[in-house]
Design a binder for this molecule. Structure first.
Ligand code: PLP
Length: 379
């Protein structure tokens, strides 16, 4: 089987875990703090807050901006449901906007949909490709921008890391993300108040973590205050330990992804039934979390590849088409592209032979189809 995604973890992560197991401290503690410092350093922000998912990061970001009932938050329709669900969880209304030809939030549609009730915009760096944030900021004015950077750890826009382009950045360290710790997430920000409040909110609103309370010089070590109500969504030291090892390897792992993407593009760009994704430029460097082609006969191709032991995916169905968001077609570009998109296998453990097999099978499929159903191609 050639996997679509695969976590790139092994002995180094296991070795790093041993002393943490032996230390007896596996909850929220010093490893989480170390990860936060190093991750903020990597992204280039003043602060990072370690959480258990990007869903929690997006949710907390909305809470930090005091978004509530009656507010509207603009989200692109091509994304994972988390991006919209967190808006609904916070009793606000997600306003879906269309995407451009690269499946990124369409700034023109954002402009049309901003109202006095718009309290935030959540652009998604879909597949790892940075959104043109300058263009979006022109449209957004003072409206805060929460970057959904779940796909974009290591992506760069004009030399700056995604996650350091807006008011708050939200990352995922889920099992198959470019930097994995099984499950995990983080908020990045340069705002000290957001940082301090997020650290309380991730731990039920409690103003001191249990690790902080082990400091020797605290006379009432058991005492804490709860200034506002939060839920529990912090990172733990097991996840953070894996994350610290992954962070060291991240640039290398992303470079392998980029090489795979280059090979796919080189080999597939002349296949007339396929449109390959945007290539990197000096101003826009992808983390290549997803390699998404647009293709004719998408469903047939994906079934054919499945039969050959190659897993593909479709990222993502436009969210406004889900029942819980009304299922009313209204965003034509996303609806059109949804029928054509297919994610090909991409992860650092993919072998050259596997890459060649994927390319060979895609080309074989179209050659075969042309032979049998030439009329489809107008021939
Ligand atoms: C664009 C996007 N946003 C948010 C998330 C949520 O991430 P997590 O699983 O860490 O909550 C995902 C997960 O795949 C995603 O793809």
């Amino acid at each position: 089987m050639i996997n679509l995604f695969k976590p790139h973890i092994g002995k180094e992560e296991l070795d790093a875990l041993k002393p943490v197991f032996e230390s007896g401290w596996i909850g929220l503690g010093p490893k989480t703090e170390e990860f936060e410092i190093k991750f903020a350093e990597y992204i280039g922000t003043k602060y990072a807050i370690g959480l258990n998912s990007a869903t929690a990061a997006l949710d907390l970001s909305l809470k930090l901006l005091n978004i509530n009932h009656g507010d509207q938050v603009i989200v692109p329709t091509i994304t994972f449901v988390s991006t919209a669900h967190v808006v609904a969880y916070n009793l606000a209304t997600p306003i879906f906007v269309d995407v451009d030809a690269n499946l990124l939030i369409d700034a023109e549609d954002v402009k049309r949909k901003i109202t006095p009730k718009t309290k935030a915009i959540i652009p998604v760096h879909y597949s790892g490709r940075p959104v043109d944030i300058n263009k979006l900021k022109e449209v957004a004015g003072d409206i805060p921008i929460i970057e959904d950077a779940a796909h974009a750890v290591g992506s760069k826009y004009k030399g700056k890391n995604c996650g350091n382009l807006g008011t708050l950045g939200c990352f995922s360290f889920h099992a198959v993300k470019n930097l994995t710790m099984g499950d995990g997430g983080a908020i990045t920000t340069n705002n000290k108040e957001f940082y301090e409040r997020a650290k309380r909110l991730r731990w039920l609103g409690i103003d001191k973590g249990t690790w902080d309370r082990t400091e020797d010089n605290l006379s009432y070590w058991w005492e804490y205050d709860v200034t506002e109500i939060g839920l529990k969504c912090h990172m733990n030291d097991i996840a953070a330990t894996i994350g610290l090892v992954q962070l060291k390897k991240l640039d290398k792992m992303n470079a392998i992804r980029k090489e795979i993407a280059k090979i796919y593009t080189k080999e597939l760009k002349d296949v007339v039934e396929i449109q390959t994704p945007l290539e990197d430029t000096e101003d826009s460097k992808s983390s290549w979390h997803i390699y998404c082609i647009k293709c004719l006969l998408r469903n047939d191709l994906s079934f054919y590849l499945k039969g050959k032991g190659i897993t593909t995916g479709v990222h993502h169905k436009p969210i406004h088409l889900y029942k819980c968001y009304n299922n009313i077609p209204s965003l034509p570009e996303a609806e059109k592209q949804f029928k054509q998109i297919l994610s090909l296998p991409i992860h650092p453990s993919l072998t050259e032979e596997e890459i060649d097999t994927v390319i060979w099978e895609i080309k074989s499929f179209y050659a075969m189809y042309k032979g049998v159903r030439g009329h489809l191609y107008g021939k």
